[in-house]
Design a binder for this molecule. Structure first.
Ligand SMILES: Nc1nc2c(c(=O)[nH]1)N=C([C@H](O)[C@@H](O)CO)CN2
Length: 118
């Protein structure tokens, strides 16, 4: 299994369980690993044979910007499902952080793996 990755993506969105959080935008940070097979892309040098990190990034940025989740858990599940459903990806590992949430910590959030390694 090969991996195409996106690291350190930062997006502003409405997220949180408290009333004050529904009134502001906060930053979420994504590190995403996508399990795929890169050999056909490598041998053809054809972008259509890739999982394009640019296309995935654009899809996720617009999804996150438009979303209004309460929990990072829900956002993480939805992101993983989009990647598995819409791209040639069979396994994902996603770290989703909300770095402003706990002042004493540099980052908090969840790490999930979905799909099957191959
Ligand atoms: N496991 C989680 N814990 C907490 C979440 C969350 O989404 N998942 N959210 C909050 C609040 O929204 C917090 O970020 C406000 O600072 C608290 N704990």
């Amino acid at each position: 299994m090969d991996i195409v990755y996106i690291e350190g993506m930062q997006v502003e969105t409405v997220i949180g369980i408290y009333d004050w959080e529904r009134e502001i935008k906060q930053t979420v940070c994504l590190d995403l690993q996508m399990g795929t097979d890169i050999r056909q892309a490598a041998s053809t040098e054809d972008i259509d044979n890739c999982v394009s990190y640019q296309t995935v990034s654009e899809r996720l940025i617009s999804f996150i910007e438009e979303s209004e989740f309460q929990l990072v858990e829900t956002m993480a599940e939805e992101i993983a499902q989009i990647v598995l459903d819409e791209f040639e990806v069979r396994w994902v590992k996603l770290k989703l952080g909300k770095p402003g949430a706990v002042p004493a910590a540099t980052d908090v959030g969840v790490i999930i793996e979905r799909g099957e390694r191959f």
